[in-house]
Design a protein around this ligand. Structure first.
Ligand code: ADP
Length: 331
């Protein structure tokens, strides 16, 4: 998915990452539930249940996985679904797991089917049979795995097969953040960066972050550049607005991809319904990028609806683009 961060951005994200549940802004319910899961496990001196985190990119799944390991004082191993294409890839990872480790699997829905099956056996029984060889000579070698905790992250829990989903004792659905939370995240980041940001400016950046902490931090970085080059480094409301306009983030936080999707939907396809594959081609993006990055936020804003016949633009979407909804589209 096109949200991949550049090396500089990764270092920046790393520096701003909350390290404890208390430092995590927002997501109160998830924080409280997770604190209970972790505290109970520590009290019982057991490894906690496996944890599944779902939600759009940039909402804090990796951050929470790191916090879990941190609060348990356990080593964190990181891998991702696309890196596990064969059951053998997973077996290799599992054979290196130590007792109490936290294994973070990002994009867990993108593992291959055979690997998924191996994983849920490992999660349930802490043992798997690794098949070596092919045909009549194939043998199953049992592999014992010490108790460990899987933290899986996925953009949509619905993409996981039921048997795998059922192995997670705790599931948290992360939702887009409220503007007030994003405002707090911007102020927290500005403090860590020793950057002076006025209250109006942090609220402005927060409200244009499309509900996403990663984007809030990314925009803050752009605004900081602007303030350093075009002003004295301090960020007031006018500077924040000018910088955000320059980077084509509109007042609702829609970015270029979001607007391209709406634009194609309204101008090329008369507002739909149109299939997701066709829509993705129209904006020259992968289907997954449109589905996982752009759509959830457009749906949340009430600009786009997913119907059995395809995607449709709502009257609000037409108006946001400065267009008149065609007759027959309900107001
Ligand atoms: P995901 O794994 O869901 O794509 P990340 O955990 O990588 O998202 O979060 C992206 C960035 O956003 C992190 O660098 C982190 O600094 C910031 N972030 C995410 N959630 C929060 C939060 N609740 N409070 C403060 N910062 C957050």
């Amino acid at each position: 998915v096109a949200e991949a961060a550049s090396p500089q951005e990764s270092a920046f994200e790393q520096a701003l990452r909350p390290r404890t549940l208390d430092e995590l802004v927002g997501q109160e319910r998830v924080r409280e539930q997770l604190a209970l899961v972790l505290d109970a496990a520590v009290a019982r001196e057991r490894t906690p249940d496996h944890v599944l985190l779902s939600g759009p990119p940039g909402l804090g799944k990796t951050t929470i996985a790191m916090i879990i390991a941190n609060q348990l004082a356990a080593p964190l191993r990181l891998t991702s679904g696309p890196a596990i294409q064969h059951a053998g890839d997973l077996a290799a990872i599992l054979s290196g797991v130590n007792e109490g480790d936290v294994l973070f699997i990002d994009e867990i829905h993108r593992m291959s089917r055979p690997a998924e099956e191996l994983l849920y056996m490992a999660m349930e029984d802490f043992r798997v049979d690794v098949v070596v060889g092919k045909g009549p000579g194939a043998t199953a070698i049992p592999l014992q795995i010490p108790p460990f905790t899987v933290v899986g992250a996925t953009t949509r829990a619905g993409l996981l097969p039921g048997p795998l989903r059922d192995r997670f004792g705790f599931t948290a659905q992360l939702d887009y953040y409220e503007p007030s939370d994003l405002d707090r995240i911007v102020r927290r980041s500005a403090d860590l960066l020793d950057l002076q940001v006025s209250a109006e400016a942090s609220a402005e950046i927060g409200s244009r972050s499309r509900g996403t902490p990663r984007i809030a931090n990314r925009l803050l970085r752009r605004v900081r550049d602007y303030a350093e080059v075009r002003a004295d480094g301090a960020v007031d409301h006018a500077i924040a607005q000018a910088a955000l306009d320059l980077y084509e983030v509109d007042d609702l936080g829609l970015d270029r991809l979001d607007r391209a999707v709406l634009d194609a939907l309204c101008r090329n396809f008369g507002g739909g319904p149109v299939g997701i594959a066709t829509l993705a081609v129209a904006v020259s993006e992968e289907r997954e990028t449109v589905e996982e990055l752009a759509e959830p936020f457009l749906v949340r804003l009430g600009f786009l609806a997913r119907t059995p016949r395809g995607r449709i633009a709502t009257p609000a979407a037409w108006r946001h683009l400065g267009l008149t909804p065609p007759a027959g589209v309900d107001a």
